[in-house]
Design a protein around this ligand. Structure first.
Ligand code: ZN
Length: 72
């Protein structure tokens, strides 16, 4: 079983939450028709949704950006 230090976990949660909001903003911008670019390759980012629209998948062509975000 994987044990995780509680302090590490808190840091992780904080990071996740900050990037979660950032990612939501990013998806919103893409959906608004704005051009959003990958920070690594400067390729344009695209967003796809699963059938139920509960999961958004943001990626660039080269896949250095590959974000999956639950919208539920
Ligand atoms: Zn990229």
């Amino acid at each position: 079983m994987l044990m995780i230090n509680i302090q590490q976990f808190k840091t992780l949660q904080k990071k996740t939450s900050a990037s979660f909001h950032q990612q939501k903003k990013l998806i919103k911008n893409i959906m608004l028709g704005k051009d959003v670019y990958c920070q690594q390759c400067n390729g344009i980012l695209q967003v796809k949704f699963n059938k139920e629209a509960t999961l958004a998948h943001v990626c660039c062509v080269q896949r250095c950006t590959d974000i999956k975000l639950e919208l539920g």
